[in-house]
Structures are given as structure tokens and as C-alpha cells.
Design a protein around this ligand. Structure first.
Ligand code: NAP
Ligand code: MG
Length: 490
């Protein structure tokens, strides 16, 4: 516990306010939301539960800021400003990472990587601001027609708890690159680093009102943001049912949406694969962030020729994994909340009742010194039928379902047999087989011989129930610009 208290103390004062129009807004007589440290279960901080009036104030500030000094900054200077934002984040990376670990539970080295990625989003989009060119359209001798990319307006960003700070950046950095302004609604479980981030951005020179952060409950603040008529685009990451609510609310005023929803991604290992590479890769694909990643490789499709050797190897390495508080940099940290722990345990309990063999793990864990934490064992379920709940539903925890397959044809059929279509992976030494799988997989991203191998500059998004639109890379810019065509008759 003294390590925990020292860590909180070294993080400095934690935000206990909303950030609207460049100002702290404290709770006053509003409700408050407690945010916990998932590694200990202790309360870390309370923040105001923003209501629909707060969202309205934030949207009004963002709308005013659209026409303020922000609109007068040249593209070159806007790029330089975004670059400074990236550098400002890097200068405070240690503190941000520490708070990210305390608020979300992830191992400190993962929090550090996530904060670097947060900075990288700003640096990447900084370089694109003055390259958002239009086109000319030939209309004949007596006309000139050109297109410009103009900001879409106020953008709303509804963020989940699994990778809090970098998911804020993933949305707002391209939104800012295109000249928009934003209102961010962080998750109840992880509101702190979004509030810290906006202060750093303003410290780097971002005009007030350009980014506003309103923590609050999803069905109040999130709903109000989605249905606000002055919000022209909503970027949402989270579950399918909530994504549908956001899209329905946005539809009332015809706002566009980017929806980054769940996944049940297949990871295929063929008989000719290099198992020394495949085994650690399958494990990283499922256990990173304790399985709380939408693109996690949750279904292992194991071809029968290597099935036993592969599964034995996975079990052996899973057995050596450490589970501990994120500050201690374990192989795996806790889940986000008691609710999520109960949800994940519900999946393995029901699987056992259906006769599925849990080969390792499958239970909540108690960690000495962190008795109040929300830990779940790294888990492998064997011989799961492709249509079983465990092979179809998003668990969002460290639970791998192993599905034996005969050949690549059957693997493709099973790979595409869920409602989701976010990511897919394959291990093989045969490039033709790899490409065949990559082409056939219904997935927005495919990884060959290296799961999660892409990074923050590669377009990311889902097919089918996994969502609408693409984030990351240049593909994200389409959501944040309108194309205006100007035609001159000479
Ligand atoms: P969720 O309900 O989809 O929450 C995501 C975000 O949406 C949070 O900021 C949430 O606010 C907000 N929200 C909730 N209801 C809303 C509404 N009616 N209108 C607008 N915004 C709303 O997800 P969850 O309940 O935290 O997690 C449940 C499951 O979703 C997980 O087990 C997992 O399967 C999936 N999930 C997926 C991802 C992903 O990366 N694709 C991320 C997180 C969760 P509050 O925090 O206040 O609820
Ligand atoms: Mg928390």
C-alpha cells in the first residue's frame, strides 16, 4: 500500500473537474463519479458527472471556437501547433502513464507505450495538416471547378475505458488536423488522463474551447453529446448495443458517425507455421491488456496437425505468467472493474456448465497485497465449437477459445462465422495460403505472422457488427472533412 500511496503522490494532484472553454468546472451540486484503481479496488478520485447542460455548454464553446483564433491559424502553423502538442505530451509522459496505470490497471510499460502512441498521433497528423489538398475538375473552357476540404464542425468523441488516453488522441488529433473542434466524453471508469491531456494541449498553445472534456454517465452525457444538433460527427468506441444508440441519436440531426465496436477475431495457425513465433504471438494477441482489446485474437483456429503441440506450448507459457498490480509491471494486470470481472467469470462459468474444458485458468484471482483488485486468470478453453457462446460473443477478458480446424477452407468458413469483422491473423510459411486467408477474411485488419503488427498509422476499423468507418492513418481524415466543390462560370 505504501507503494500505491507514493505513486499517487508522485502523480501530483489528479483532476476533479470538467474542462469546458479552457476552464475547470467543478462539481458544485452535481453528482460525482468515483474512479477506482482496478489493481486495488481503492477510490482514486471523484469527478463531476456532467449533465446535458454541461454538454450543451461544451458544444457551445466548441462551436464558438470554430470561428475564433483557431480558424485563423494557417495550415502550416496548425501543423506546428499539433507537433508542439505531441512534444508537450512526451514531456509529461511519465506522469500520464502513471495515472493511466492507476486509473485503468494496465501494466506501467503498456501505459508508457500508450502515452507515446498518444503523442505519436499528434505528430503524425501534424505532418498532414498542410497536405489536405483539393482537386480540380475539368468542366470545359468556360468553367473552373475546384474542391477544398473544409472542417466538418464540432465533433463528439465518446471513449471507452480500455485504452483511455490514446483513444482520445486517436479521434481528436485527426479532427484537429482538419480544423474541427471537439467535445470528449471519457468513460466513467477512466476519466483522468483525458482531462490531463486537454490541459497539456492548451499549455502547448491550443486555443480555449477547441477541446472540451465532460466526464459523465453514458446514458446522460454520452447520449446528450450524440443527440446535440450542433455536433456534426460522433466518433464512438465501445460495445455494439451502445454504438447503435449513438448512431440512432446522431441520426436525429443527420450527423455522421465513426463506430469502432467489438470483435471476435480469429487467429489461424496452420500446420506449416513456425510455432516458436506463433506461440508468443497467440498469447500476446489474447492477453495484452488482459484481453480488453477490441481486436484481440480471441479465437485460435488450430490446424489439427499442430493442434496438440501448439496448445501444450500455450498452456506451458500461460502457466509462467505473472498477474499483479500494474505498478509492478506484471505480464498481465487486472480487469477494469468488478462488473467486468463478473462478466468474464460468467462466460467461463457458463462454458463449464456446457461441458467445455477449461485447460488453464478460468477463475477470478486474488493477488497478495492487492486483495481488492479485479484479477482474472489467463485462460484457455479447449475444443470450443465454432457456434458456442465462447466462440461467438465478445468476452473482453483474457479468455482464448481454441477451435480445431481441418484445413484452410474450413478455417475461412469458421473465421467468418461471427457477427464481427474487426481483425484476423494467420501463421504460415506459405505466402499463398497466407494471402488466400487475408483476402477471404471478413476483417478490417489482417496480420500475417505477427498479430497486432500494424500500429497507429494503419487504417483501423471493422466490417459487419464491428463498426463503420476507419480510424488511424490517412483514412481517418475522411470523417473529419467535408469536400466543398466551387464552380466558377467565366
Ligand atoms: P459501452 O457501454 O459501449 O461504453 C463505451 C462508452 O460509451 C463509454 O464512454 C460509455 O459511458 C458510453 N456510453 C454508454 N451508454 C451510452 C449512451 N447511451 N450514449 C452514448 N454513450 C454511451 O461499453 P461498456 O459498458 O463500458 O463495456 C461493455 C462491453 O463493451 C465490454 O465488455 C466489451 O465487450 C465492449 N467494449 C468494447 C470496446 C472496444 O474497444 N470496442 C471498449 C469497451 C467496451 P460510461 O463509461 O459512462 O458507461
Ligand atoms: Mg478507474
Amino acid at each position: 500500500m505504501s507503494r500505491w500511496r507514493d505513486a499517487i503522490e508522485s502523480a501530483g494532484p489528479l483532476p476533479d473537474y470538467m474542462w469546458i472553454d479552457g476552464h475547470q468546472v467543478t462539481a458544485g451540486d452535481r453528482d460525482q463519479i468515483e474512479t477506482l484503481d482496478p489493481g486495488s479496488g481503492h477510490t482514486l478520485q471523484s469527478v463531476p458527472a456532467g449533465n446535458s447542460d454541461d454538454i450543451a455548454a461544451a458544444v457551445a464553446a466548441a462551436k464558438t471556437a470554430l470561428r475564433g483564433p483557431w480558424s485563423e491559424i494557417t495550415p502550416k502553423a496548425r501543423g506546428q501547433l499539433l507537433h508542439r502538442c505531441g512534444e508537450r505530451i512526451r514531456a509529461d509522459a511519465k506522469r500520464l502513464a502513471l495515472v493511466e496505470t492507476l486509473d485503468s490497471g494496465k501494466p506501467l510499460r503498456d501505459a508508457e507505450a500508450t502515452v507515446q502512441r498518444t503523442a505519436d498521433y499528434f505528430t503524425y497528423y501534424a505532418g498532414l495538416v498542410d497536405k489536405l489538398e483539393g482537386t480540380t475538375v475539368p468542366l470545359g473552357q468556360n468553367k473552373v471547378c475546384f474542391t477544398e476540404r473544409v472542417p466538418i464542425g464540432v465533433t463528439g468523441h465518446i471513449v471507452p475505458w480500455n485504452v483511455p488516453v490514446s483513444m482520445v488522441a486517436r479521434g481528436i488529433a485527426p479532427a484537429l488536423a482538419c480544423g474541427n473542434t471537439a467535445v470528449v466524453k471519457p468513460a466513467e471508469d477512466t476519466p483522468l488522463t483525458a482531462l490531463m491531456l486537454v490541459e497539456l494541449l492548451e499549455d502547448a498553445g491550443l486555443p480555449k474551447g477547441v477541446i472540451n472534456v465532460v466526464p459523465g454517465r453514458g446514458d446522460v452525457a454520452g447520449q446528450a453529446l450524440s443527440e446535440h444538433p450542433d455536433v456534426r460527427h460522433v466518433t464512438f468506441t465501445g460495445s455494439v448495443p451502445t454504438g447503435k444508440k449513438v448512431m440512432t441519436a446522431a441520426a436525429t440531426h443527420l450527423a455522421s458517425v465513426t463506430l469502432e465496436l467489438g470483435g471476435k477475431s480469429p487467429h489461424l495457425v496452420l500446420n506449416d507455421a513456425d510455432l516458436d513465433r506463433a506461440i508468443p504471438d497467440v498469447l500476446a494477441g489474447i492477453y495484452k491488456n488482459a484481453g480488453q482489446i477490441c481486436s484481440a485474437g480471441t479465437r485460435l483456429l488450430a490446424q489439427r496437425g499442430i493442434h496438440d503441440e501448439l496448445v501444450d506450448g500455450l498452456i506451458a507459457q500461460t502457466r509462467t505468467m505473472s498477474l499483479d498490480h500494474g505498478l509492478n509491471n506484471p505480464d498481465m494486470g487486472p480487469l477494469i472493474s468488478a462488473r467486468q470481472l463478473q462478466r468474464v467469470a460468467g462466460f467461463t462459468d457458463r462454458a463449464r456448465q456446457r461441458g467445455i474444458e477449461i485447460l488453464i485458468g478460468g477463475n477470478p484471482a486474488t493477488i497478495a497485497g492487492c486483495e481488492g483488485g479485479f484479477f482474472f486468470e489467463p485462460t484457455i478453453a479447449g475444443n470450443v465449437a465454432p457456434d458456442d457462446e465462447l466462440a461467438q460473443a465478445e468476452v473482453f477478458g483474457p479468455v482464448l477459445s481454441v477451435i480445431p480446424v481441418d484445413d484452410i477452407d474450413q478455417a475461412i468458413e469458421i473465421a467468418n462465422s461471427t457477427a464481427y469483422g474487426l481483425a484476423a491473423g494467420v501463421h504460415t510459411r506459405d505466402i499463398s495460403q497466407a494471402m488466400r486467408f487475408a483476402r477471404a477474411a471478413e476483417a478490417g485488419q489482417v496480420f500475417i505472422n505477427g498479430y497486432h503488427g500494424a500500429g497507429d498509422t494503419v487504417p483501423f476499423g471493422g466490417m459487419k457488427d464491428s463498426g463503420i468507418g476507419r480510424e488511424k492513418g490517412m483514412a481517418a481524415l475522411g470523417a473529419y472533412c467535408e469536400v466543398k466543390a466551387v464552380t466558377v462560370t467565366l
